[in-house]
Design a protein around this ligand. Structure first.
Ligand SMILES: C[S@@+](CC[C@H](N)C(=O)[O-])C[C@H]1O[C@@H](n2cnc3c(N)ncnc32)[C@H](O)[C@@H]1O
Length: 397
């Protein structure tokens, strides 16, 4: 009983949806804190917690999931580079690119952004990165910028030697990179969350929305939209893409990478360019449902399905996916999209079936595996979810 009161407070203070990590994980965080404080009864701990802001902070440190690594979902960084070079830089050659990474956890994400921008050819004076997290312990580690091999579990980052000094199995980030990121303590679930008045050209908000309850998630998406510059890009994790359906954001895709832009920006582009598809470097596809004509091309059918999904036309999106799949039965990506839309419509059984088909076609399809794992968790099938998470985890090595 006392635990559910604490859970309710965690929800209202930091937006945590208890189901996302499970009541068992919250219980062990509470018991750990009780042991650290020398308190044996949960009701006494609750009394103590109410009077101690420091204890709240300590409890929050115990419930957060600070899992992160360098160049996690590397496609996002490829899309970032491509966007900056082909869209942002030509328009603002003298400008300073403003980037926000929230949550930044122990710093791997904002430092990866800094490295990606330098590798794209920007100088350190051409960008500014703010990195925010609720956890002071994470921020401390981020500022120290000393990592071990677990921070490099992504298979695509092979250039550690260029940016780190390896001493006694620890990787020390060069100070020239360290100095490019400003770390800030902040709570994104706070309705007053705002970092600075100026908008950001790039916002990374990956692997946090999945832990939020639906109210906090909606509120957070509005905050992020507000923080995003008109032509800016918002990155979420691939497993979070469905959460942005039915918003005023439009998907921008490049191979498996996905980011979002404001719909208002697209409406301007569509009117001025009178184009059915806009491309960054001829590779990034920004789809607009009103303008893409269905010319029986399979590719357009899938693009149209994605756009319909992103704009909340879910039944149309399902039909378009099915039409596409009739002619293209072996496309795992189409099955994942179909599953995402079915799930958004509450058709969980069908969604599970679609994700399974995607995984059958491509056993290592990370988005397919992640969606199925989240669905299994939502259905209370922890055993299947855990097996899937283990599979996803093994993919990182
Ligand atoms: C899984 S990590 C994600 C890190 C990184 N964005 C990534 O994708 O690798 C989640 C982080 O969210 C932070 N967090 C949890 N609730 C938060 C909140 N309400 N506001 C800001 N950060 C929060 C946690 O402290 C943790 O460091």
């Amino acid at each position: 009983m006392v635990q559910s009161v604490i859970e309710a407070l965690l929800r209202s203070k930091i937006g945590l949806d208890v189901n996302s990590i499970g009541s068992g994980a919250i219980a062990s965080a509470i018991y750990q804190r009780m042991a650290d404080c020398g308190i044996s009864e949960m009701s006494s701990y609750w009394g103590y917690l109410q009077d101690s802001p420091q204890e709240w902070e300590a409890l929050i440190e115990n419930v957060i999931i600070p899992e992160t690594w360098f160049f996690r979902e590397p496609e996002s960084f490829a899309l970032l580079k491509s966007y900056v070079l082909s869209e942002w830089l030509p328009k603002k050659p003298q400008g300073v690119l403003r980037v926000l990474s929230v949550p930044c956890a122990t710093g791997e994400e904002p430092y990866s952004i800094a490295i990606a921008l330098l590798e794209a050819g920007l100088t350190s004076t051409q960008f500014h990165i703010d990195a925010v997290d609720i956890s002071k312990q994470c921020l401390l580690k981020a500022q120290t910028a000393i990592y071990d091999k677990h921070s490099f579990r992504g298979h695509n980052f092979t250039a550690q030697a260029n940016y780190f000094k390896l001493i006694d199995s620890k990787y020390y980030l060069q100070s020239s990179i360290k100095n490019l990121v400003r770390f800030i303590n902040g709570n994104l679930a706070d309705t007053n969350f705002s970092v600075y008045q100026q908008k950001y050209d790039i916002v990374f908000c990956r692997n946090l929305l999945i832990y939020f309850d639906s109210k906090t998630r909606e509120q957070t998406i509005r905050i992020l939209e507000n923080l995003l510059a008109k032509e800016g890009l918002l990155f979420v994790a691939s497993a979070e893409a469905t959460l942005l359906m039915k918003t005023q954001l439009v998907a921008v895709r490049k191979s498996s990478a996905i980011a979002y832009q404001k719909l208002s920006h697209h409406q301007d582009l569509i009117t001025t360019k009178k184009s059915s598809e806009l491309n960054i470097n001829n590779k990034v596809e920004i789809a607009s449902p009103q303008k893409i004509s269905v010319n029986n091309s399979n590719i357009n059918l899938l693009a149209l399905a994605k756009t319909a999904a992103n704009q909340g036309h879910l039944e149309d999106a399902i039909q378009l996916c099915k039409d596409y799949l009739k002619q293209n039965q072996i496309n795992a990506e189409a099955y994942v999209l179909l599953g995402e839309v079915q799930q958004a419509m509450g058709q969980n059984e069908q969604a599970g079936e679609s994700f399974r088909k995607a995984i059958y076609l491509q056993p290592n399809h990370e988005a397919g595996l992640t969606h199925l794992a989240l669905l299994k968790e939502q259905q209370g099938d922890k055993t299947s979810a855990d097996l899937l998470w283990q599979r996803i985890y093994r993919l990182q090595f």
